[in-house]
Design a protein around this ligand. Sequence first.
Ligand code: SF4
Ligand code: SF4
Ligand code: SF4
Length: 321
Amino acid sequence: MAKLKFAFYWAATCGGCEEAVVDINEKILDVVNLADIVFWPVALDFKYSHIKAMEDKSIDVCFFNGAIRNEENEQMACLLRQKTRVMVAFGACACFGGIPGLANFTNAEAIFKRVYQETPSTHNPEAVVPQEDFETEEGRLNLPRFYDTVKRLRDVIEVEYFLPGCPPPAELILAAVTAIAENKLPPVGATIAGAKTLCDECDREKDKKVVTEFKRPYEIIPDTRKCLLEQGIICAGPATRAGCGQRCINANMGCRGCFGPPEGVIDQGAALLSALSSICEIKDESELKKIKPLILDPAGLVYRFSLPDSLLKSKRSVISG
Ligand code: SF4
Ligand code: SF4
Ligand code: SF4
């Protein structure tokens, strides 16, 4: 049987999704037996010209991680789409915008100001910020445009499958590769993970208790048998897709939502806000005042991985209607 051709690419990413590929350890040898890796810029020196020279649809599967933050990310997504049969959004950033997507609470100008002028370690008296194009001795140089708004992969190209997680767990990566090898992929558009919520697969005891205060994880040692949320530790389990193997719950930490919303939920942040509201016992304004400061960054908490995927999408989209 002819070997498959795989590509791995990173756009606006932290590099963790690339590490996740090697986290499958010796199983990487199975992947190499099954497929030739024809494009993987993080591991081998590839140029734009290499991918441009490939025949259209000659790559069987492209695992694309990272969000779309700038023009280059979008151009590479389009180019890889042209060369690939099956596109997989790999990781929370590609699926939902992820952590880079939190920047949608601000804009490019404010980000450049903060990063290049205001941070305590910056010395930049002439307030120089990256330019999109400028003159050099060799002529005019155009750099990729930095977008105001972070997008999901599916906002710029068609995507066949979604493999969520920050990063996707090794078991899920292997399950996806096995499904590809055995030609047993789910219907196009599917998310390769559970369909229900993390709470549905979590076996911690739930007493349907209400909470009157939230605690930071360092403030208590939670009971490992009981629901974290009912102990006052914020857990995004009620609004998060199952399938990660309860990685954070097993470490006695609340879920942060990196698997995105479960099937049928269109706004993970709104779903989490609703779940948190329903578990809180707030009788009056004074109790609300007590509970509010315990949630330090409400928007960042409920949309940690999914702001570009939400109905809100960005602060700018709300302001501009
Ligand atoms: S999903 Fe997580 S690990 Fe992957 S690139 Fe984004 S931030 Fe990094
Ligand atoms: S809220 Fe968290 S700890 Fe509680 S049942 Fe759901 S996933 Fe488990
Ligand atoms: S418990 Fe939540 S944050 Fe942790 S890996 Fe699973 S889905 Fe991601």
